[in-house]
Design a protein around this ligand. Structure first.
Ligand SMILES: Nc1ncnc2c1ncn2[C@@H]1O[C@H](COP(=O)(O)OP(=O)(O)OP(=O)(O)O)[C@@H](O)[C@H]1O
Ligand SMILES: [Mg+2]
Length: 262
Protein backbone atom coordinates (compact mmCIF):
# COMPACT_ATOMS: atom_id res chain seq x y z
CA UNK A 1 0.00 0.00 0.00
CA UNK A 2 1.39 3.36 -1.00
CA UNK A 3 0.55 6.08 1.52
CA UNK A 4 0.05 9.62 0.20
CA UNK A 5 -0.46 12.57 2.53
CA UNK A 6 -2.55 15.34 1.00
CA UNK A 7 -1.18 18.34 2.83
CA UNK A 8 -0.93 22.11 2.82
CA UNK A 9 -0.98 24.19 5.99
CA UNK A 10 -3.04 26.82 4.19
CA UNK A 11 -6.77 26.41 4.68
CA UNK A 12 -9.36 26.03 1.93
CA UNK A 13 -6.94 25.21 -0.90
CA UNK A 14 -8.66 22.00 -2.03
CA UNK A 15 -6.96 19.30 0.11
CA UNK A 16 -10.18 17.52 1.01
CA UNK A 17 -11.71 17.91 -2.46
CA UNK A 18 -8.53 16.49 -4.01
CA UNK A 19 -8.18 13.63 -1.48
CA UNK A 20 -11.83 12.60 -1.90
CA UNK A 21 -12.03 12.89 -5.68
CA UNK A 22 -8.63 11.39 -6.45
CA UNK A 23 -9.54 8.45 -4.16
CA UNK A 24 -12.90 8.14 -5.93
CA UNK A 25 -11.31 8.25 -9.40
CA UNK A 26 -8.72 5.61 -8.45
CA UNK A 27 -11.40 3.36 -6.91
CA UNK A 28 -13.36 3.71 -10.16
CA UNK A 29 -10.16 2.67 -11.97
CA UNK A 30 -10.21 -0.61 -9.97
CA UNK A 31 -7.66 0.39 -7.35
CA UNK A 32 -8.36 -0.39 -3.71
CA UNK A 33 -8.18 2.82 -1.76
CA UNK A 34 -8.31 3.78 1.91
CA UNK A 35 -9.06 7.42 2.68
CA UNK A 36 -7.83 8.48 6.12
CA UNK A 37 -9.60 11.58 7.42
CA UNK A 38 -7.23 13.25 9.90
CA UNK A 39 -9.03 16.59 9.97
CA UNK A 40 -11.23 17.37 12.98
CA UNK A 41 -13.55 19.25 10.59
CA UNK A 42 -14.52 15.88 9.09
CA UNK A 43 -15.18 17.23 5.61
CA UNK A 44 -13.83 14.17 3.81
CA UNK A 45 -16.04 11.94 5.98
CA UNK A 46 -19.09 14.06 5.13
CA UNK A 47 -18.14 14.22 1.43
CA UNK A 48 -18.33 10.45 1.22
CA UNK A 49 -21.98 10.47 2.13
CA UNK A 50 -21.47 8.32 5.18
CA UNK A 51 -22.81 9.40 8.56
CA UNK A 52 -20.45 11.80 10.26
CA UNK A 53 -20.25 10.34 13.78
CA UNK A 54 -18.37 7.11 14.41
CA UNK A 55 -17.45 5.66 17.79
CA UNK A 56 -14.23 4.31 16.28
CA UNK A 57 -12.36 6.76 14.11
CA UNK A 58 -8.94 8.22 13.32
CA UNK A 59 -8.79 9.83 16.79
CA UNK A 60 -9.39 6.51 18.59
CA UNK A 61 -6.76 4.94 16.32
CA UNK A 62 -4.15 7.63 17.08
CA UNK A 63 -4.82 7.33 20.81
CA UNK A 64 -4.67 3.51 20.64
CA UNK A 65 -8.29 3.02 21.72
CA UNK A 66 -9.09 1.12 18.52
CA UNK A 67 -7.22 -0.46 15.63
CA UNK A 68 -7.37 0.67 12.02
CA UNK A 69 -8.97 -2.64 11.20
CA UNK A 70 -11.82 -2.06 13.68
CA UNK A 71 -12.33 1.55 12.60
CA UNK A 72 -12.50 1.61 8.80
CA UNK A 73 -15.94 1.77 7.22
CA UNK A 74 -17.15 1.10 3.69
CA UNK A 75 -18.35 3.97 1.47
CA UNK A 76 -20.82 4.20 -1.38
CA UNK A 77 -18.00 3.06 -3.69
CA UNK A 78 -17.07 -0.64 -3.59
CA UNK A 79 -13.29 -0.29 -3.54
CA UNK A 80 -13.10 2.82 -1.40
CA UNK A 81 -12.96 2.57 2.42
CA UNK A 82 -12.78 5.36 4.95
CA UNK A 83 -11.11 5.83 8.29
CA UNK A 84 -13.49 8.54 9.52
CA UNK A 85 -12.59 11.65 11.45
CA UNK A 86 -13.70 12.85 14.87
CA UNK A 87 -14.01 16.37 16.32
CA UNK A 88 -11.83 15.05 19.20
CA UNK A 89 -8.81 15.29 16.85
CA UNK A 90 -8.81 19.00 17.69
CA UNK A 91 -7.35 18.22 21.13
CA UNK A 92 -4.93 15.49 20.04
CA UNK A 93 -1.80 17.59 20.71
CA UNK A 94 -2.74 17.92 24.39
CA UNK A 95 -3.81 14.30 24.67
CA UNK A 96 -0.53 12.96 23.29
CA UNK A 97 1.71 15.52 25.01
CA UNK A 98 3.12 12.96 27.47
CA UNK A 99 3.60 10.15 24.93
CA UNK A 100 7.04 9.28 23.60
CA UNK A 101 7.44 9.28 19.81
CA UNK A 102 3.99 10.82 19.38
CA UNK A 103 4.79 11.65 15.76
CA UNK A 104 4.79 7.88 15.04
CA UNK A 105 1.25 7.03 16.27
CA UNK A 106 -0.33 6.73 12.82
CA UNK A 107 2.65 4.86 11.38
CA UNK A 108 2.54 2.26 14.17
CA UNK A 109 -1.22 1.78 13.69
CA UNK A 110 -0.92 1.35 9.91
CA UNK A 111 2.02 -1.05 10.20
CA UNK A 112 -0.06 -3.23 12.56
CA UNK A 113 -3.00 -3.01 10.14
CA UNK A 114 -0.87 -4.09 7.18
CA UNK A 115 0.60 -7.00 9.09
CA UNK A 116 -2.78 -8.73 9.56
CA UNK A 117 -4.82 -10.15 6.65
CA UNK A 118 -7.58 -7.71 5.73
CA UNK A 119 -10.75 -9.77 5.93
CA UNK A 120 -13.01 -6.75 5.40
CA UNK A 121 -11.53 -6.28 1.94
CA UNK A 122 -11.72 -9.97 1.04
CA UNK A 123 -8.02 -10.37 1.88
CA UNK A 124 -7.17 -8.04 -0.98
CA UNK A 125 -4.57 -5.48 -0.02
CA UNK A 126 -5.14 -1.78 -0.52
CA UNK A 127 -3.23 -0.15 -3.36
CA UNK A 128 -3.30 3.36 -1.91
CA UNK A 129 -4.05 5.21 1.28
CA UNK A 130 -4.69 8.95 1.01
CA UNK A 131 -4.48 11.01 4.18
CA UNK A 132 -6.56 14.18 4.28
CA UNK A 133 -4.55 16.51 6.55
CA UNK A 134 -5.83 19.49 8.54
CA UNK A 135 -4.77 23.05 7.63
CA UNK A 136 -1.74 23.22 9.94
CA UNK A 137 1.74 21.78 10.30
CA UNK A 138 1.03 20.49 13.81
CA UNK A 139 1.24 17.00 15.29
CA UNK A 140 -1.49 15.50 13.07
CA UNK A 141 0.15 16.59 9.81
CA UNK A 142 3.52 15.49 11.23
CA UNK A 143 2.04 12.01 11.86
CA UNK A 144 0.82 11.95 8.24
CA UNK A 145 4.23 13.01 6.86
CA UNK A 146 6.09 10.51 9.05
CA UNK A 147 3.81 7.71 7.77
CA UNK A 148 3.57 8.65 4.10
CA UNK A 149 5.69 7.57 1.17
CA UNK A 150 4.77 10.77 -0.63
CA UNK A 151 3.08 14.10 -0.12
CA UNK A 152 0.62 15.56 -2.59
CA UNK A 153 0.26 19.33 -2.33
CA UNK A 154 -2.94 20.98 -3.55
CA UNK A 155 -2.29 24.66 -4.17
CA UNK A 156 -4.84 27.31 -4.91
CA UNK A 157 -3.89 29.58 -7.82
CA UNK A 158 -3.36 32.78 -5.81
CA UNK A 159 -0.38 34.91 -4.85
CA UNK A 160 -0.01 34.09 -1.13
CA UNK A 161 -0.11 30.37 -1.86
CA UNK A 162 3.47 30.54 -3.15
CA UNK A 163 4.80 31.72 0.21
CA UNK A 164 3.02 28.91 2.04
CA UNK A 165 4.44 26.43 -0.46
CA UNK A 166 8.05 27.32 0.40
CA UNK A 167 7.31 26.75 4.10
CA UNK A 168 5.62 23.42 3.40
CA UNK A 169 8.51 22.17 1.27
CA UNK A 170 10.93 23.20 4.02
CA UNK A 171 8.85 21.17 6.52
CA UNK A 172 8.81 18.14 4.19
CA UNK A 173 12.63 18.33 3.96
CA UNK A 174 12.93 18.47 7.76
CA UNK A 175 10.59 15.50 8.22
CA UNK A 176 12.57 13.59 5.57
CA UNK A 177 15.85 14.37 7.36
CA UNK A 178 14.63 13.62 10.90
CA UNK A 179 11.94 10.93 10.64
CA UNK A 180 11.20 9.55 7.18
CA UNK A 181 14.13 9.33 4.78
CA UNK A 182 12.01 7.92 1.93
CA UNK A 183 9.41 10.71 1.96
CA UNK A 184 8.95 12.11 -1.54
CA UNK A 185 6.91 14.92 -3.05
CA UNK A 186 4.31 13.23 -5.23
CA UNK A 187 3.39 16.50 -6.88
CA UNK A 188 1.75 19.90 -6.70
CA UNK A 189 -1.85 20.11 -7.93
CA UNK A 190 -3.06 23.57 -8.89
CA UNK A 191 -6.67 23.95 -7.83
CA UNK A 192 -9.53 26.40 -8.42
CA UNK A 193 -7.83 27.46 -11.65
CA UNK A 194 -9.50 30.21 -13.64
CA UNK A 195 -7.71 31.00 -16.91
CA UNK A 196 -9.58 34.32 -17.26
CA UNK A 197 -7.60 35.83 -14.39
CA UNK A 198 -4.10 37.14 -15.19
CA UNK A 199 -2.95 36.64 -11.59
CA UNK A 200 -4.01 33.01 -11.72
CA UNK A 201 -1.95 32.50 -14.91
CA UNK A 202 1.06 34.23 -13.31
CA UNK A 203 0.88 31.93 -10.28
CA UNK A 204 0.75 28.87 -12.57
CA UNK A 205 3.80 30.15 -14.51
CA UNK A 206 5.72 30.79 -11.27
CA UNK A 207 4.93 27.37 -9.79
CA UNK A 208 5.79 25.58 -13.03
CA UNK A 209 9.05 27.52 -13.30
CA UNK A 210 10.14 26.83 -9.72
CA UNK A 211 8.91 23.23 -9.53
CA UNK A 212 8.99 22.01 -13.16
CA UNK A 213 9.20 18.29 -12.49
CA UNK A 214 6.68 17.97 -9.70
CA UNK A 215 3.80 20.19 -10.83
CA UNK A 216 1.00 18.09 -12.33
CA UNK A 217 0.00 19.15 -15.87
CA UNK A 218 -3.64 18.73 -14.85
CA UNK A 219 -5.11 21.82 -13.23
CA UNK A 220 -8.41 21.59 -11.41
CA UNK A 221 -10.72 24.35 -12.69
CA UNK A 222 -12.95 26.35 -10.40
CA UNK A 223 -16.45 24.92 -10.71
CA UNK A 224 -19.63 25.64 -8.80
CA UNK A 225 -20.43 21.91 -9.04
CA UNK A 226 -17.70 21.24 -6.42
CA UNK A 227 -19.41 23.39 -3.78
CA UNK A 228 -22.80 21.93 -4.72
CA UNK A 229 -21.49 18.38 -4.39
CA UNK A 230 -20.15 19.12 -0.86
CA UNK A 231 -23.58 20.38 0.12
CA UNK A 232 -25.01 17.06 -1.11
CA UNK A 233 -22.38 15.02 0.77
CA UNK A 234 -20.95 13.53 -2.42
CA UNK A 235 -17.64 13.59 -4.30
CA UNK A 236 -18.11 15.88 -7.32
CA UNK A 237 -17.21 12.87 -9.46
CA UNK A 238 -20.44 11.17 -8.37
CA UNK A 239 -22.52 14.35 -8.26
CA UNK A 240 -21.80 15.45 -11.84
CA UNK A 241 -19.41 13.12 -13.62
CA UNK A 242 -19.17 15.34 -16.70
CA UNK A 243 -18.51 18.75 -15.14
CA UNK A 244 -15.12 20.38 -15.72
CA UNK A 245 -13.82 19.61 -12.20
CA UNK A 246 -14.79 15.91 -12.42
CA UNK A 247 -13.12 15.54 -15.83
CA UNK A 248 -10.01 17.20 -14.39
CA UNK A 249 -9.91 14.81 -11.40
CA UNK A 250 -10.17 11.86 -13.82
CA UNK A 251 -7.23 13.30 -15.80
CA UNK A 252 -5.33 13.86 -12.54
CA UNK A 253 -5.87 10.21 -11.53
CA UNK A 254 -4.48 9.08 -14.91
CA UNK A 255 -1.48 11.39 -14.57
CA UNK A 256 -0.94 10.19 -10.99
CA UNK A 257 -0.98 6.52 -12.11
CA UNK A 258 1.36 7.27 -15.01
CA UNK A 259 3.83 8.91 -12.65
CA UNK A 260 3.56 5.88 -10.36
CA UNK A 261 4.50 3.62 -13.28
CA UNK A 262 7.40 5.95 -14.15
N1 LIG B 1 -12.28 23.23 -8.02
C1 LIG B 1 -13.08 23.88 -7.19
N2 LIG B 1 -14.02 24.74 -7.65
C2 LIG B 1 -14.84 25.40 -6.80
N3 LIG B 1 -14.83 25.26 -5.48
C3 LIG B 1 -13.92 24.42 -4.96
C4 LIG B 1 -13.00 23.69 -5.77
N4 LIG B 1 -12.22 22.93 -4.96
C5 LIG B 1 -12.63 23.17 -3.71
N5 LIG B 1 -13.65 24.06 -3.69
C6 LIG B 1 -14.36 24.59 -2.54
O1 LIG B 1 -13.45 25.33 -1.76
C7 LIG B 1 -13.66 25.07 -0.38
C8 LIG B 1 -12.38 24.51 0.23
O2 LIG B 1 -12.09 23.27 -0.39
P1 LIG B 1 -11.54 22.04 0.47
O3 LIG B 1 -12.43 21.80 1.65
O4 LIG B 1 -11.27 20.92 -0.45
O5 LIG B 1 -10.17 22.68 0.95
P2 LIG B 1 -9.25 22.21 2.15
O6 LIG B 1 -7.86 22.62 1.79
O7 LIG B 1 -9.48 20.80 2.47
O8 LIG B 1 -9.81 23.11 3.34
P3 LIG B 1 -9.39 22.97 4.90
O9 LIG B 1 -8.00 23.55 4.96
O10 LIG B 1 -10.40 23.79 5.63
O11 LIG B 1 -9.41 21.52 5.24
C9 LIG B 1 -14.84 24.12 -0.28
O12 LIG B 1 -16.02 24.85 -0.05
C10 LIG B 1 -14.89 23.46 -1.64
O13 LIG B 1 -16.21 23.08 -1.99
MG1 LIG C 1 -9.97 19.87 4.29
Amino acid sequence: MKVVAVANQKGGVGKTTTAVNLSTALAAAHKRVLLVDLDAQGNATRNLQVKSHFVRNSYTVLTQRSTVHQSIVPTCLPRLSLLPSSPDLASLDIELAHIQKREQCLKRALITFLSVPNVAQGNQPYDYAFIDCPPSLGLITLNALVTAHAVLIPMQCEFFALMGLAQLIHTVRRVKYNFNATLDISGIVLTMFDGRHTLCLRVVQDVERHFPNITFDTKIPRSIRVSESSAHGKPVLLYDTRCSASLAYIRLAKEFLNREKG
